[in-house]
Design a protein around this ligand. Structure first.
Ligand code: ADP
Length: 459
């Protein structure tokens, strides 16, 4: 870790008491800072007995109405990605003149070694995990953090000059960076998501562009050549550009004749055959192409990249095969919280599919998904708070083949009764999970338990 004496005796306000706020506060305390903490959760709703905050030497306050940040003379405020910048108290803190940075910005100020930032609407976790896997398999010191697994401030102490940080970065995290400077930035794709918070597509794209805004000619940005919004960044990036494409040869990595290839210095290298990838779907070919570009820039050999890709089994809750029961394969894609990811998942299989859809609402247009379902002849089993909305979109396409379920458990039972040998039952809900679960991981876990229970029953 570098700059470790920078925060000694500083007075710092940490905003947010979730995972990111907790690790930022712990790190700052260990570096000798004095820490106050704010969250708008109701104090009475906190379960103090189980709270990791209970023994920490910090002042916590929940009601900002009586709190004037300028009286406390903070040197810095560190905000968690879960808090929107238009939050009333954030505005007050900013107006008080204190420097406000995100938890990830804090982490990168302390990070030693170079880091890679992976952002985009979909495929971030898969691509980051794949890059990390290839690096580890090649004997490199890689640290995977950010929007996946651990927040950066929870692991930054382990970083050394030799460390390569593989950071999954969300648009929320990009909103509060300042000096954040990745050696390589990769943008997977951009589609309508998170508009409830970011309001317009223009603002969402502008946030994604922040990933390369501090780069220079020694750095690299890797762009998806098949995504118009991503491709537009080639006009803005100050760094060297590499592309990846599933459709045509580009300077970087591309897919041609069922082979993933790398083109550099007018030479083309064949990396792997599509059927050597353990992950399904063209979207995972895309993720692998992005990873190939990154690993090549980092100096790995073709053999190292090839071996890493061929031994990667994917990430939990992303098209994860749970079990095959009576000839029916059950797949957990709980991470699909938007329609694009569900369409991608449906694209990955050429067998009959029962797709389990629904969850909590967010500003979503389900019409493209409905068209896809009709076109592919998928059977949709719909449940959750978005049931009505999804059913409406399906009916608008003239589709009446849907089944209604009370909840995820009931949806699985219906699928169990109706699926035949060779079919797939796919949980790929196209919605967030908060109507019935803590998060998508919890939903995926519950789904797997239900499937295993069905499996046991059938034995
Ligand atoms: P993120 O971290 O960006 O949410 P993940 O790698 O966790 O992305 O994948 C989330 C879901 O998005 C997966 O379930 C998969 O169906 C879909 N997906 C993965 N990669 C891509 C891609 N390159 N393009 C579109 N959808 C994708």
């Amino acid at each position: 870790m570098r700059n470790s004496d920078l925060y000694q005796n500083m007075k710092i306000l940490v905003m947010g008491m979730g995972k990111s706020g907790l690790s930022a506060a712990k790190l700052l305390l260990s570096l000798g800072a004095m820490v106050d903490v704010y969250d708008d959760i109701k104090k009475k709703d906190m379960d103090w007995s189980a709270s990791p905050w209970q023994d920490m030497p910090v002042n916590i306050f929940f009601d900002y109405h009586f709190f004037d940040p300028s009286l406390h003379q903070y040197d810095l405020a560190v905000i968690s990605p879960g808090i929107a910048l238009d939050n009333a108290f954030v505005q007050i803190v900013m107006d008080s003149g204190v420097e406000l940075i995100g938890e990830m910005e804090l982490g990168t100020r302390l990070f030693e070694g170079k880091f890679i930032a992976i952002t985009g609407t979909n495929g971030k976790s898969t691509t980051s995990s794949l890059i990390h896997h290839i690096l580890v398999e090649s004997g490199q010191e890689s640290l995977l953090a950010g929007n996946i697994g651990e927040p950066l401030t929870a692991v930054v102490e382990k970083s050394t000059k030799k460390t390569i940080g593989v950071l999954e970065v969300s648009s929320y995290q990009l909103e509060t960076i300042q000096s954040f400077h990745p050696h390589i930035a990769l943008i997977t794709n951009i589609s309508n998501d998170h508009l409830a918070r970011h309001k317009t597509m223009e603002y969402y794209c502008a946030l994604k562009a922040k990933v390369f805004c501090n780069q220079d000619g020694r750095d690299y940005v890797i762009l998806n050549a098949e995504d118009e919004r991503v491709l537009h960044f080639q006009n803005l990036a100050p760094s060297q550009i590499r592309y990846f494409s599933t459709r045509k040869p580009v300077s970087g990595a591309y897919f041609q004749d069922q082979v993933l290839k790398l083109k550099k210095h007018d030479h083309t290298y064949e990396i792997v055959n599509r059927n050597e990838l353990l992950l399904p779907g063209l979207h995972n070919v895309e993720n692998a192409l992005g990873a190939i570009c990154v690993c090549d820039i980092l100096g790995l050999s073709i053999a190292q990249i090839r071996n890493g890709i061929m031994s990667f089994h994917g990430v939990e809750h992303r098209q994860e095969i749970v079990e095959t029961i009576a000839g029916v394969t059950w797949i957990n894609d709980s991470k699909a919280t938007n329609t694009d990811s569900t369409i991608m998942a449906l694209n990955s299989y050429d067998k009959p599919i029962y797709v389990l859809l629904g969850g909590s609402p967010k500003k979503t247009d389900y019409s493209l998904l409905a068209k896809k379902i009709v076109h592919q002849g998928v059977i949709a089993i719909v449940y959750g708070q978005t049931q009505k909305e999804i059913v409406q979109a399906l009916e608008d396409e003239g589709y009446l083949e849907y089944r209604l379920a009370k909840d995820l458990f009931h949806a699985c039972e219906l699928a169990k009764q109706q699926a035949q040998v060779g079919d797939i039952v796919l949980l790929s809900p196209a919605c967030p999970s908060f109507d019935s679960f803590q998060n998508f991981e919890h939903r995926g876990q519950v789904f797997k338990e239900i499937v295993h229970a069905i499996g046991k029953r059938e034995k």
